[in-house]
Design a protein around this ligand. Structure first.
Ligand SMILES: Cc1cc2nc3c(=O)[nH]c(=O)nc-3n(C[C@H](O)[C@H](O)[C@H](O)COP(=O)(O)OP(=O)(O)OC[C@H]3O[C@@H](n4cnc5c(N)ncnc54)[C@H](O)[C@@H]3O)c2cc1C
Length: 440
């Protein structure tokens, strides 16, 4: 892991003349991290969200609420990999598979899906993994100052993350991926059955082999993490406005936003609206090829102490993560847009899976559907609007928004402060898929 000095934190705060008022639209983990980093740089922030994470807010509408709680530096492999095109018919035919496409959404999805398939070639996957590994290498260092300032250290658990395989053949089939990860800097240990049992004695012994990703860690409650960040922002003088941002306009001196029956104006704005960011960007004239990978979780309240770390059987497509409220089984991917109702068959499948893999888990209670903001190449958008110089985009983090929120915030500061970013941002530019069209 890189030290903070290496990612430009030494440059902050900015001189008085370079400080600006910035509106951040979206108070999920990406917006919150961006806002707190902007404040650390000396900027003044106002955050707009339908339900800011303050007071008694449930925060359940945000994807940042319901994820698998894992900071995952091992996630250098994009979703689209060579051969994924052959799996598309299966994705359509099996609505309960780990990666499924909702039939009636297919016409809307087609530009995104074409770009997804175009991102799956060997050379593209290699390029994407290199970009991801550069971001991931800095993810922890960029989280540290935010965690320290928000007093969220007690939420962290550093026990790695375990992937398990039921057969030696499955493990051997995954070996190419493990080597790929190692080549991209991931620290991992290959485990036999006895070593897995020592680490996680409560699992049903259905596994033969496993991989431990040593540098992964969890936050025991992403909701409390969000609330801690929001309180830190308020302590620094930041303000939150509750309501839907219904209009955006570039003005001569900045950006105007319509919210809750009123208008806000600032020198600059950041769209960090998660899966709803495409609609926000359109209001200012940009079309970004963002869609959503819907994901689910089921909470097993009595099972929180049964595992020490997140455990995932890749064939099931979900993580089982011990957290403050119990055990959260979270994951799977459904390409189906923002409007379709939850598929209860999918949560039933997660419940059955947990009861098989962790027999003492007890009953699953609450279920949640969330919307990963996803670009076709599994890379986020971090860049300025091609049409409005005072607008910055920070969304599209897909499976990695919790992991990459800190480093995204730091890159947002670089963009707004007109500093050379710590990382080459050209692979993350908002218009990188414009050749696929897609306004719908
Ligand atoms: C099942 C599942 C498991 C996951 N597990 C992990 C994991 O273990 N590790 C990891 O790193 N990532 C994980 N993720 C992904 C991660 O949760 C997301 O990438 C991340 O939460 C995205 O954060 P965000 O701030 O961009 O969006 P969000 O958290 O969705 O926040 C966007 C906010 O913007 C607000 N907003 C949008 N439009 C408007 C508007 N017009 N007006 C006002 N407010 C608006 C929304 O209300 C929302 O609060 C998982 C996701 C899922 C679904």
């Amino acid at each position: 892991m890189q030290e903070p000095g290496a990612i430009g934190l030494g440059l902050l705060p900015l001189p008085e003349t370079e400080r600006r008022h910035v509106l951040v639209i979206g108070a999920g983990l990406v917006g919150l991290s961006s806002a707190l980093w902007l404040q650390k740089a000396g900027h003044r922030v106002t955050l707009v969200d339908r339900e800011p994470p303050l007071g008694n807010a449930s925060f359940e509408q945000a994807c940042s609420y319901g994820n698998a709680c894992t900071v995952a530096p091992h996630s250098v492999v994009p979703v689209a990999t060579p051969g994924v095109a052959w799996r598309v018919p299966g994705m359509l035919l099996n609505p309960l598979g780990p990666l499924a496409i909702v039939w009636r959404y297919l016409p809307h999805l087609s530009p995104w899906l074409r770009a997804f398939l175009a991102s799956s070639g060997t050379a593209e996957v290699e390029r994407i993994a290199t970009v991801l590994s550069n971001l991931l290498a800095q993810s922890d260092a960029a989280w540290r100052p935010l965690i320290d300032e928000s007093g969220a250290q007690a939420l962290e658990r550093r026990d790695g993350c375990l992937y398990l395989y039921k057969t030696e053949a499955q493990f051997q089939a995954a070996e190419a991926e493990a080597s790929f990860r190692e080549r991209h800097g991931v620290a991992l240990d290959r485990l036999d059955k006895a070593a897995i049992r020592d680490l996680e004695p409560n699992l049903a012994p259905l596994y033969q082999r496993g991989v431990l990703f040593r540098d992964a860690y969890t936050f025991s409650s992403p909701r409390l993490l969000a609330f801690a960040l929001a309180e830190a922002i308020v302590r620094r003088g930041g303000t939150f406005v509750g309501g839907e941002a219904s209009g955006l306009e570039a003005t001569e001196t900045g950006i105007r936003v319509w919210v809750a029956g009123g208008e806000l104006h600032a020198a600059h704005a950041v769209v960090a609206g998660g899966a709803w960011s495409r609609a926000l960007a359109r209001k200012i004239g940009d079309d970004v090829l963002l869609d959503t990978e819907r994901g689910y979780h089921v909470l097993f309240p009595a099972a929180g102490a049964l595992l020490k770390r997140p455990v995932c059987y890749p064939e099931h497509g979900f993580y089982m993560t011990p957290m403050a409220d119990g055990l959260r089984a979270a994951g799977t991917v459904e390409l189906g847009g923002l409007k379709a109702p939850p598929n209860r068959g999918r949560t039933a499948m997660i419940r059955n899976g947990v009861q098989t893999l962790l027999p003492a888990a007890g009953e699953g209670t609450r279920e949640w559907l969330g919307f990963r903001p996803s670009m076709p190449d599994s890379l986020p958008v971090v860049g300025n609007s091609p049409t409005s110089p005072n607008m910055t985009y920070a969304f599209g983090h897909g499976h990695l928004g919790l992991t990459l929120a800190g480093i995204t915030g730091l890159l947002v500061v670089d963009l707004i402060s007109k500093r050379k970013p710590a990382i080459d941002l050209s692979p993350l530019r908002p218009d990188r898929f414009s050749r696929f069209g897609g306004r719908r």
